[in-house]
Design a protein around this ligand. Structure first.
Ligand code: SMG
Ligand code: MG
Length: 369
């Protein structure tokens, strides 16, 4: 049982080395809410996966801040003690707001595992000490610029390259990258930008030997994804559509996806993410760990999750230098095999560096029991 004494919310902002553009917009900085819990036996950190705008999902930082401050933190503080496994249940009366819930659960888990001297990866059931990494490449100013960026990532050793697509930036750039890198595992991610009437576009992509097409259609369209999947040789992977283990089961059983992207934030926490993994494994469906441009804090959790046995495809768990000049934690560095080492220290196995925390903080609020 963890005795919660205080919960601190901290908004941080880190400039991205290159703006990240997707079908729903562009981000030039990573802005995230960090949650720091203080307990009778030590502290724990969590990171919220939300962005400044409600574009990837309905969650966004200003709303996550409010729901954490006015509802979630008071609810947990009033409860006094809580087991990490019980955080989801204790916050179950709050509908949705999964990324905010996930951040708080991560912080409680980190505190609990640190005081027990146990790593998050070990707790989750990881069976590897390094994970192969992919990289997600945003919509570029030109095809030449895109091919140049991909060349840098292939050279760095990334094991899979994912290209963001949108109407007007699809078959031509993806064909150019495929021609330049005939042997590189490639995928595309539309973030829901297409409709079933765009079938011919996906048939054209089918010829490019992609590992999967990620979230091609709207996030609420499971049946349409199933209809698309029946027409394609390329597997369909779902991201935004899967917000829980129950969603994963429905999507897989409906034939709406053959691959699952798991993000702890999107599904309400690391423990639900493990349940999504379990559902996929039970159905023989490969999973991989998605990313939300996390700082080193959230990245540590992603890398631990990605070390579970069902994560058989490289994830969007890229090295710190793919995002930032300087991360918040000690940097995650790609090894010669295109892998990141899974942290082995207690809890997340990383902490924000005090100087970086100071430099990146925009706002702090503290709640006490
Ligand atoms: O963390 O490297 C990363 C980003 C991976 O492409 C990525 N994420 O739909 O999968 C996705 C997007 C969402 C990013 S919204 C900030
Ligand atoms: Mg995606």
């Amino acid at each position: 049982m963890i005795e919660l004494q205080a919960i601190e919310l901290r908004l941080v902002s880190l400039p991205l080395r290159r703006p990240f553009r997707t079908s729903f917009g562009e981000e030039a900085a990573k802005e995230a809410i960090l949650v720091r819990v203080e307990t009778a036996t030590g502290i724990g950190w969590g990171e919220c996966a939300a962005s400044p705008h409600p574009r990837y999902s309905e969650e966004f930082n200003a709303a996550a801040w409010l729901v954490l401050r006015d509802h979630m933190a008071p609810s947990l503080l009033a409860a006094g003690g809580v087991e990490p496994e019980a955080v989801g249940g204790a916050l179950g009366w709050i509908r949705g707001h999964r990324m905010a819930k996930a951040a708080l659960e991560m912080a409680v888990l980190d505190a609990d595992l640190r005081s027990a001297g146990r790593s998050l990866a070990g707790f989750l059931g990881a069976d590897r000490d390094r994970v192969p990494c992919g990289v997600s490449v945003g919509i570029a100013p030109s095809i030449d610029a895109l091919v140049g960026q991909v060349a840098g990532f292939v050279e760095a050793g990334y094991r899979r390259v994912k290209l963001k697509i949108e109407p007007g930036w699809d078959v031509l750039p993806v064909t150019a990258v495929r021609r330049a890198f005939p042997d590189t595992p490639l995928s595309v991610d539309a973030n829901g930008a297409y409709r079933l009437t765009d079938l011919s576009l996906f048939e054209a992509l089918d010829a490019l030997d992609l590992v999967y097409v990620e979230q091609p259609l709207g996030h609420e369209d499971l049946l349409e994804h199933a209809a698309l999947a029946r027409r394609l040789a390329t597997p369909v992977c779902l991201d935004e559509s899967i917000r829980s283990a129950a969603d994963a089961r429905a999507a897989i059983e409906l034939g709406a996806c053959q691959v699952v992207n798991v993000k702890a934030g999107r599904v309400g926490g690391l423990l639900e993410a493990r349940r999504v993994h379990d559902v996929a494994v039970e159905h023989g469906v490969p999973v991989w760990c998605g990313g939300m441009l996390e700082t080193g804090v959230g990245r540590a959790a992603n890398v631990a999750l990605a070390a579970l046995p069902g994560f058989t495809l490289p994830g969007d768990t890229s090295a710190s230098d793919r995002y930032f000049e300087e991360d918040l934690t000690e940097p995650f560095v790609l090894d010669d095999d295109g892998c990141l080492a899974v942290p082995t220290g207690p809890g997340l196995g990383v902490e924000p560096r005090p100087d970086r925390l100071e430099a990146c903080t925009v706002r702090i609020e503290r709640l006490e029991s």
